[in-house]
Every structure is written in C-alpha cells, then in structure tokens.
Design a protein around this ligand. Structure first.
Ligand code: NAP
Length: 331
C-alpha cells in the first residue's frame, strides 16, 4: 500500500478555457493534493462563465492577470501548440510551476531554454503526456522487458478533425498530425527503445498548410525499428504493437486506456491482460503536485521532453526533404 504524506494542496490555475480542460478539471477538483483556484481566458466574460460552470473561485480576463496572482502556485497550459514554450516561460518567470500540454515544443533549442529558465527559477516544468501515467503503460513496459530483445514497434493514432476552426489544422498555431497525435507514437517508441538515431518521415499537407497525415520510421542503435502512422484525416484508430524474441504485445487503446487491455502473444499462449481504468489526468497532476512539494520526483522531465522535440524536429526535416533519412543530434 502506498503511504500518502498529507500535504498542503498545491493551488492551480489554468491558462484558457480549452476543450481538454474538461478531462483535467475533475482530477484537480477531487484530489486531496490539488486545489483548482483560477482560470484565465483571452475574453473576460468567457472566463467568468467558465469559472461559474466549473465552480472555479477566480476568473481572469487575461493570461497575464492569472500569472500575477500570487496565490497560484502551479499553472496548467492547454494552449495551442505554438504558444506552449512562450507561455511556459512566462509562467516560470512569474514564479509558477508549469505543467504544459504535449507537445511542449518542436524546436529542441526552445525546449532546452524553457528548462533552463525552470532551473534558474527553481520551478518544475513537465510536458503533460498523460498516457505515461496510466497503469496500462507501466504494465506494457514490464511485459516488453519479458519479450526482450524487441525488434519492431508499430504505433497508430488518428481521427478526423472536422471543425475548420480546429487549432490542429492551423499552421500558425502549431497544428499538424505529428504534433497532435504522432507525438504519442514517438513517446511510445522512445519509452520502449530509447532515443532514435535516425528517422524517415513522410507527410500529406492539408488544412492551412499542416501535415494532416504523417508516416514515420525511427531507427535505434540497438537495432529496434519503429514505424508509425498518424492522421487528422483518418477514421479513429489507436494501436500499439511490439514484437520481440519472446513474443508480441498488442494494445487496442494505448493512448487513452479507456478500457485497458493488453494482448500478450507468446509461443505458449495468447492471453488478454485487463487493467482497471483510472483517471490518468489525475495521476499526472498528483505526481506533479507532490513533486512541487518536494515529495516525489516529477515522472517526466527535461530529457524526455528534449528527446521528443529532437525526434519531432528530425521527422519534419525528413518529410520536408521528401522522405530523406535524417540523423538526430543527441545534444
Ligand atoms: N493530453 C491530452 O489528452 C490532450 C487531448 C487533447 C488536446 N491536448 C492538447 O491540449 C492543447 C489544447 O487542445 P484543445 O483541443 O483543448 O484546444 P482548444 O479547445 O482549441 O483550446 C485552446 C484554447 O487556447 C486559447 N487560445 C489562445 N489563443 C488562441 C488562438 N489564437 N486560437 C485559438 N485558441 C486560442 C483558447 O482559450 P481562451 O479563448 O479561453 O483564451 C482556446 O480555448 C493542445 O496542445 C493539445 O495538443 C491534449
């Protein structure tokens, strides 16, 4: 049984009335280690309405105003991707801990700068990859060890973005399939195989100039090859398969884990391993809050976010060069 130290709840603020908040707010409002204190929107009346709807005590008509509230200790940033690094840095400089939605950034130098500013201000910065907090993911890691050595990883994540105003279809706002959903496939490959050395990417452009479909291959020093396909133009698909010497594992819903089940296939058996579902968003904000109080290490840190950015950057460079192989610089 886990021993839970009783801690003063960390007081949180949210920058924007983003759609994803509806999945994060319940955990923030029920956990004993968090208190949701404030929300900000670009529009004052939207902030007020949103605060009433979600019973959030304080509403601000600008992100700056929320960052100026001395009672807010940690900020959750679910802004469009192109705004992640800028607002993470602004929040860190205002003395807040920052949990920023994925992907933190696609430029490794910018991501590195954000972590340097976090360090200089003695604040936490974490890229919010909630799938990493799901027990299904932890179980996956253990099972993959038993199949070792692994040779192939294949991941898929796609759906249809239908709304013309969707931030995912805007180049200016950092949209695109690789940024939105492909980053999960990369996260899985890196979790299971380490840092890739070389990548190949191919993209189909749509929206207002974003990759609406992206296929990639990642090559690792240990011989593992990972392939992935992601899209904003696909029927809903979420899959992960790993092949190793000892057999294979297949996950039908690796990223959300709504009804988590891992299929294990070995020469001796095929078995379904069911997990209990949990609120992975709550697990994420709880780990972050305990880390902010110095009681735990943050589950995801600088190296992970940097590895993500380096891989995304290399994949886009490969796709822009028509699918040429690109080496990833490790520092
Ligand atoms: N972890 C997950 O499971 C998960 C799932 C979905 C999305 N996400 C991530 O969460 C982030 C937000 O995604 P979302 O789908 O929730 O987006 P969204 O509903 O479009 O929300 C983005 C918010 O950003 C604010 N904003 C500021 N400048 C904007 C601009 N120029 N155009 C549009 N909005 C602007 C708006 O809030 P105000 O008007 O109130 O200021 C808007 O509500 C993305 O980084 C995405 O990758 C994560």
């Amino acid at each position: 049984m886990r021993l839970m130290a009783s801690i003063e709840p960390v007081r949180w603020g949210i920058l924007s009335t983003a759609n994803i908040n509806r999945l994060v707010i319940p955990g923030l409002q029920t956990s004993p280690v968090t208190e949701l204190l404030a929300v900000a929107s670009r529009d004052e009346s939207r902030a007020q309405q949103y605060a009433e709807q979600w019973r959030i005590p304080r509403a601000y008509g600008s992100y700056e105003a929320l960052l100026a509230d001395p009672d807010v200790e940690a900020v959750y940033i679910p802004l469009p991707n192109a705004m992640h690094v800028e607002w993470s840095i602004r929040a860190l400089e205002a003395g807040k801990h920052v949990l920023c939605e994925k992907p933190l950034g696609r430029d490794p130098a910018e991501v590195e700068r954000a972590f340097e500013i976090a360090g200089a201000n003695e604040k936490l910065l974490m890229e919010a990859f909630m799938w990493r907090f799901h027990p299904q993911t932890l179980h996956l890691q253990l099972l993959v060890e038993t199949l070792s050595p692994i040779s192939l990883i294949d991941a898929k994540f796609g759906f249809t973005a239908q709304n013309d105003g969707d931030v995912r279809l805007s180049r200016e706002l950092g949209g695109g399939a690789l940024m939105d959903v492909g980053c999960y496939c990369i996260s899985a490959a890196r979790l299971l195989a380490g840092e890739p050395e070389r990548v190949v990417g191919r993209q189909k452009i749509g929206g207002d100039g974003v990759d609406v479909h992206f296929n990639g291959e990642l090559f690792f020093a240990n011989g593992v090859q990972a392939t992935f396909e992601c899209g904003l133009d696909m029927k809903e698909i979420d899959e992960l398969r790993v092949d190793g010497e000892g057999g294979s594992v297949y996950l039908d819903d690796p990223w959300h884990g709504r009804e988590p089940v891992i299929v294990l296939m070995t020469p001796l058996e095929t078995r379904e391993i069911r997990e209990s579902g949990i609120d992975a968003y709550q697990a994420e904000v709880e780990n972050f809050s305990r880390a902010a109080r110095g009681l735990e290490l943050p589950f995801l840190g600088r190296e992970d976010a940097l590895g993500q950015a380096r891989t995304i950057d290399a994949l886009y460079r490969s796709a822009e060069a028509g699918g040429q192989e690109v080496q990833i610089a490790s520092s």
